[in-house]
Design a protein around this ligand. Structure first.
Ligand code: 13P
Ligand code: ZN
Length: 269
């Protein structure tokens, strides 16, 4: 028995996570247990599941998050591999419920798989999204090789330097990632400081942020759209890298070409 049985809407969300987990692995962005995904599935949870007792917990979140009180999340399990989650999402992740104290959660199914160590960042971001009335329900953290490599150049970490380079490699990048790439300076993985800095940078009007020398964190309406933005930015990073490996720094689209693109497609920045 699985909590996904006879809950097609919930099962569909989890299937999308499994599909994206497979992409992360095949792209080489998910070594061992690298990366994590959470999805707010509260809208896909019915009264029967709400009434079901927990199978494990309560566990502390480490933060007080009032806007996600009573919400449900599918979370990748800590130390679990994306390549395993792609095939067995309910053995390598679990659905959790946020308790009324807003500081703890319990696991409702299928198995007592403990959520990702980056839970503070994921849940704090979901809390902030709900507070803002956003329709975004998914967050993805992964380790894309070329983007992480670029974060080792201090010049690229200055505000919007990397964004403008990536946007100028190919028109699609600005069109499909119109808010660009925010930068979060290096902080200890899984820390509440990293969670707070991630929210502050997302609120500076980005959908994707770089965790310096670690990875990226993206939010979107669903897991597929969050993945697409990381994929689009990475495509630009690969074009940049390939041009450099051919022996030249790519010129990029001109400021006039970028402006024309923004005007015609009504892009925010
Ligand atoms: P988890 O296995 O706890 O999800 O951690 C992976 C990771 O990428 C930490 O930043
Ligand atoms: Zn990571």
């Amino acid at each position: 028995m699985s909590i996904l049985d006879n809950r097609p809407a919930l099962a569909a969300e989890v299937e999308k996570v499994a599909e994206v987990a497979g992409y992360l692995w095949t792209k080489g962005w998910a070594e061992r247990n690298g990366g994590n995904i959470t999805v707010n599935v509260t809208e896909q949870v019915d009264d029967t599941l709400r009434a079901m007792p927990a199978i494990a917990g309560p566990f502390p979140i480490g933060m007080t998050l009032p806007h996600i009180k009573g919400c449900y999340f599918y979370c990748k399990g800590t130390n679990r591999r994306m390549r395993d989650l792609a095939r067995w999402p309910m053995d390598n992740g679990s659905v959790i419920r946020i308790l009324d104290d807003c500081t703890s959660y319990e696991i409702v199914g299928d198995k007592p798989v403990m959520p990702t160590s980056e839970l503070p960042s994921h849940l704090a971001v979901h809390d902030d999204l709900i507070a803002k009335g956003s329709n975004y329900r998914a967050s993805v953290h992964t380790h894309p090789i070329e983007l992480v490599a670029m974060s080792h150049n201090p010049e690229f970490l200055k505000k919007d330097v990397l964004t403008n380079i990536l946007w100028s490699m190919i028109p699609e990048t600005k069109a499909f990632c119109p808010r660009g790439l925010g930068i979060v300076p290096y902080m200890l993985p899984s820390s509440t400081e990293l969670a707070e800095a991630t929210i502050a940078t997302l609120n500076d009007d980005y959908d994707v942020v770089m965790w310096e020398k670690h990875g990226v964190f993206a939010v979107g309406p669903d897991v597929m759209e969050a993945f697409d933005m990381i994929d689009t930015l990475t495509k630009s990073a690969i074009i940049y890298r390939d041009a450099c490996s051919m022996g030249f720094i790519p010129t990029g689209m001109t400021p006039e070409q970028m402006k024309e693109l923004s005007d015609v497609f009504h892009l925010p920045k």
